[in-house]
Design a protein around this ligand. Structure first.
Ligand SMILES: Nc1ncnc2c1ncn2[C@@H]1O[C@H](COP(=O)(O)OP(=O)(O)O)[C@@H](O)[C@H]1O
Ligand SMILES: [Mg+2]
Length: 267
């Protein structure tokens, strides 16, 4: 097993811990692949709490969260859902992409996110008081702007919100080196390439390349791929669903990688 590291972007680790100590729920916002899941895993280790992750989607029902009666061999038995299990275990329950879930499925969270810290299992006739070490964490990517998928302001205001973003260039390169073990200069070039696209993105309207795709590209480079091929396959190609990337964007990316194949150390 490899040890996972988390490089902080600001004071999010302290704020997360302070929220935990005060038994407050946390909402992480930020673009895909910027480290939200990694932060939650890191905090689980730091606070010595297990993490129960639930990926939200629009078919998710409140029964999927809290549990349901299941027929087994003629008997009807109540089976706790992942949220109930997390509450009972005093875990960190992480609802990933919470904006994907329907509002009525999330209503069950209300009594957990205020002073009550209580989960009402109406069907089972059970009331579960959350232990001190239970924490609810949600995340979503505010860049996916769709009128159908918006969290209600009243829901958002129940959480301590920690806005996350890509790391500063030198820190992002550090992450890439730590994750994939490539040469720091190559990591810097990948970050330059991504930064150039992120900056140009205003004009191109793509979801910008994330730290995740840079780490993936770095893994290919570590396996012997050229930087240009790796950037092509991992950074550029996923930008558009039909693979049609404008020549302008290709040039922007290639300019970021400039110097890739020179062995000259004077850079
Ligand atoms: N701050 C960070 N520290 C360490 N690794 C990071 C960080 N941010 C991103 N990464 C890398 O990027 C990958 C994607 O991050 P992840 O937490 O899964 O993103 P998100 O949950 O925001 O979509 C991680 O697996 C890790 O390799
Ligand atoms: Mg994630």
């Amino acid at each position: 097993m490899t040890e996972q590291t988390y490089l902080a972007n600001g004071n999010e680790v302290q704020l997360f811990e302070q929220a935990y100590r005060q038994r407050l729920p946390v909402m992480l916002t930020g673009p895909t692949g910027c480290g939200k899941t990694r932060l939650v895993e890191h905090m689980g280790l730091l606070l010595a709490r297990p993490v129960v992750t639930i990926s939200c989607h629009d078919d998710l029902t409140s029964s999927d969260l809290v549990g349901r009666f299941i027929v087994t061999g003629g008997d009807v038995v109540w089976t706790d859902g992942p949220l109930t299990r997390a509450v009972k275990a005093g875990a960190i329950c992480y609802l990933d992409e919470v904006v994907e879930a329907r509002h009525d499925s999330l209503a069950v969270l209300h009594s957990l996110t205020d002073h009550r810290r209580t989960l009402y299992l109406d069907r089972a006739g059970e009331v579960v008081q959350a232990p001190e070490n239970f924490m609810l964490v949600c995340s979503y990517n505010p860049a996916y702007r769709s009128s159908l998928k918006e969290l209600k302001p009243s829901f958002r205001q129940r959480f301590v919100t920690l806005p996350m973003d890509y790391l500063r260039a030198d820190r992002e390169a550090e992450v890439i080196v730590a994750e994939a073990g490539i040469d720091p200069a190559a990591a810097e070039r990948l970050v330059r390439c991504a930064t150039a696209i992120r900056t140009a993105d205003e004009a191109f309207h793509y979801e910008p390349p994330s730290t995740r795709v840079l780490v993936t590209a770095a893994h290919l480079i570590a396996a012997g791929a050229s930087e240009l091929d790796a950037a092509q396959a991992c950074v550029l190609a996923p930008l558009s669903s039909d693979g049609a990337i404008s020549e302008g964007l290709r040039e922007v990316a290639a300019a970021g990688l400039a110097g890739a194949d020179s062995q000259s150390p004077n850079r």
